[in-house]
Design a protein around this ligand. Structure first.
Ligand SMILES: [Cu+2]
Length: 123
């Protein structure tokens, strides 16, 4: 008899805790804006004459930063297909960034070394 009573009280506590947790979670969900303001910044490394990773997937609103980890020389990021201006020259340690607001695929090259290619996919 006594053991049963203890079990019941445990159940009640579990129900209470679960109910409380679900309630908190609902409040958290309700507080989230429709467009989450959690835009990320994603880095693409420039090293050994390559963009690493060569293909990067981001969400609309994210920013991609290209940073040169080279020891010498310079590179650019150029979205040539779009007819936009090439980035500034990036010397070792320097970076350049672009924010992507529209879904799509954005291939690019390095102006001084057109065999260096990369692609940003915005989802
Ligand atoms: Cu280059």
């Amino acid at each position: 008899m006594k053991a049963k009573e203890i079990d019941h009280s445990r159940l009640d506590i579990h129900h209470f805790v679960n109910g409380f947790a679900i309630c908190c979670f609902s409040i958290m969900l309700a507080a989230l804006p429709l467009e989450p303001a959690c835009a990320d910044t994603v880095e693409v490394r420039i090293e050994k004459m390559r963009f690493v990773p060569e293909v990067v997937r981001v969400k609309a609103g994210d920013t991609v930063v290209w940073k040169s980890y080279e020891k010498r020389g310079y590179h650019t990021v150029w979205f040539q297909n779009e007819g936009v201006a090439e980035s500034e020259l990036m010397f070792p340690g320097e970076s350049w960034q672009r924010k992507f607001d529209t879904k799509g695929e954005y291939p690019y090259i390095c102006g001084p070394h057109p065999h260096m290619v990369g692609r940003v996919i915005v989802e």
